[in-house]
Design a protein around this ligand. Sequence first.
Ligand SMILES: [Fe+2]
Length: 145
Amino acid sequence: MLEFDTVEIRRQCMFSGMSSESYHEPIELLSEETKNTHRAIVSLKEELEAIDWYQQRAEACTDPELSAVLVHNKNEEVEHAMMTLEWLRRNVPVFDANIDMYLKSSGPITEVEKNATGAGEAKPKASGSTINSPSLGIGSLKGMK
Ligand SMILES: [Fe+2]
């Protein structure tokens, strides 16, 4: 039944090719919140990969018109990536806290946290944190602008 096996393999690839392919824990142990966050993270990774691929193709392409199309496609992928990042920001507070601190900041990036939280200030310890806790080692950043 080679034909059936091929169809079955394709079917399994279709499902394993979805966002469930990279679960690292039994799915029955994962909340809907974690599964949706996983979907967003996988989608973001795919968008970032696509940006990289289009950038390389556009640069290597010897046809200027095709190169322009590839750059256009790359820029569309940037939009998709930012939409997915925005979903993560709205739904996972630790993303919100870090985006709030780092995006559109100025000065040396490695100094942003120190400047935002105060030099030498001890960071609050994360205790009882979940994936949606903003206090995963970065402290409370709300209202610190
Ligand atoms: Fe995309």
